[in-house]
Design a protein around this ligand. Sequence first.
Ligand code: ZN
Length: 131
Amino acid sequence: MKLDHIGIATRSIEKGTKIWQDLFGFPLLALREVESQKLKIAIFDAGGGVRIELLEPKGEDSPVAKFLERRGEGIHHLCFAVKGIEKVLETLQSKGIKLVDEVPKRGVSAKKIAFLHPSSTNGVLIELCEK
Ligand code: ZN
């Protein structure tokens, strides 16, 4: 498992860009809109193969809007790249880890992604991805 990206919930990608790009110098790699999750995503290269993904909700019913309401801006999830994601999920589940996605779905920048439930991972939402 290798850290792939850190997802950060924000109310404003524009403001976030001032921190991550203008202040820290991380180049903006992409700006995307994900209709299925009602999200705007800005992806920055944080070096060492790790990206920062800013997540801004596009509507009140976006899962990230609910997160912002409950917890405010901050780290939303960590994503680790794995090989053989189905097998990894099966192994984790057999060890008692609660899965949000039992079957991987298509991600924004990865072929397959799946989330683990924060209740079994120290309160941290963890995403696994396979490129
Ligand atoms: Zn992610």
